[in-house]
Design a protein around this ligand. Structure first.
Ligand code: SR1
Length: 370
């Protein structure tokens, strides 16, 4: 009974979210930027079933996959890990998780440890090329299958997963351009060295060349265990020094949350808007609260990306074919669409935008699609 009511609510949300593109247009955003569709998400019972039985090492639970992370704090990384752990459980795989907690040397040591422990496959999640590539090479030389997410592995041996960062930046910037008419002083939040941020930066640099009315008046940014509050302090200083700013481009949700805090604390809501990246239930609350300056974000479902990474690693262990480059495409999510759809959490968002789940990316033939 409760399930039926939930599903009909989701059906209504799907109808509403079909207006996501239109909602984007009402803010001046181009409709084509949104990958929302009117098709309802497949329920678990409709998910395609396994087509054959699991290889013996999976059936017996002997497969060890190491997940070697650069960062672990923040909504994005927590959701990503939850997805990876859920997929590991579904595939009966042991997932050994380590994090450098922002210390790149520690991440490299963790990777070397996974090589020494003879992991059956290794997933490298973020990392700086100069510190992590030598350790990745050791893994490749040892014949360990590799999956790399948001890091340049420096070897053609690894399967590389990406979220199309150029689209993430480009779709958010289309909304910024439409909202500002292409004329604005902008604060930009960026830290070099993180592969996804570097790719988003390429799009920002090109965008500024193509739109001479967009002026970057300040660049700020920090990535640490309290990114949002550190960015908030920097954003406050940048806004106070540049009173004509009307937009902040903050293409990482911790950046965007910091930008929102700054705008609110300075009483600039209504004047300065924030264009971000990523999504979480906490982000949805920030975006939809009354007077929120965060008007658009472009995001994947991070837990889905974590699932894809574990599936890719499992396929490599089983010597099954898997594409060398796997793309998990992002969707434009506007504040207006979230409000119109009464979307309050990621579960509702994923139900409303089924494309946020990608069961066919690195599909495992012996498991039900997830
Ligand atoms: C510090 S790098 C942060 C980014 O990594 C992932 O790609 C997320 O999208 C996040 O924006």
């Amino acid at each position: 009974m409760h399930m039926r009511r939930t599903r009909s609510l989701l059906g209504a949300l799907v109808g509403t979210i079909a207006a996501v593109a239109l909602a984007g247009c009402s803010q001046g955003a181009p409709a084509g930027g949104t990958s929302a569709s009117a098709a309802p998400a497949a329920s678990a019972s409709e998910a395609p079933a396994a087509t054959r039985s699991a290889p013996p090492e999976f059936a017996s639970g002997e497969v060890n996959i190491a997940l070697v992370r650069q960062l672990s704090s923040g909504d994005y990384f927590e959701q990503w890990l939850a997805g990876a752990e859920a997929e590991a459980k579904a595939l009966n795989v042991k997932l050994n998780v380590s994090s450098g907690d922002g210390n790149n040397d520690k991440q490299a040591l963790n990777l070397e440890q996974a090589v020494n422990q003879k992991a059956d496959a290794i997933i490298v999640d973020h990392g700086f090329a100069d510190t992590i590539q030598p350790a990745i090479k050791k893994a490749a030389d040892a014949g360990i299958p590799l999956v790399a997410f948001d890091v340049d592995p420096g070897t053609p041996d690894a399967v590389v997963i990406g979220q199309d960062d150029h689209q993430i930046a480009g779709k958010a910037l289309e909304v910024l351009k439409a909202d500002t008419g292409g004329n604005a002083e902008v604060v930009y939040v960026y830290v070099a060295g993180f592969a996804p941020l570097d790719r988003r930066n390429e799009t920002w640099e090109q965008f500024k060349k193509d739109n001479p009315g967009i002026k970057q008046v300040a660049q700020i940014g920090v990535v640490n265990n309290s990114t949002a509050s550190a960015v908030a302090d920097q954003a406050k200083a940048a806004l106070q020094a540049n009173p004509n700013v009307t937009a902040i481009f903050a293409p990482y949700d911790e950046f965007a949350k910091g930008a929102v805090l700054a705008v609110k604390e300075l009483g600039l809501t209504g004047k300065v808007k924030v264009y971000g990246a990523d999504i979480s239930t906490a982000d949805i609350a920030v975006m939809t609260e009354e007077g929120s300056p965060w008007v658009a974000t472009v995001a994947t479902d991070p837990s889905n990306v974590g699932r894809v990474a574990v599936r890719a690693a499992a396929l490599l262990v089983a010597k099954e074919p898997v594409d060398k480059a796997l793309n998990v495409p992002p969707a434009l999510i506007t504040q207006q669409a979230l409000r119109d759809g009464k979307i309050a959490n990621v579960e509702q968002l994923v139900a409303a935008i089924p494309e946020l789940t990608t069961p066919d990316v690195a599909r495992v033939p012996w498991a039900a699609a997830s």
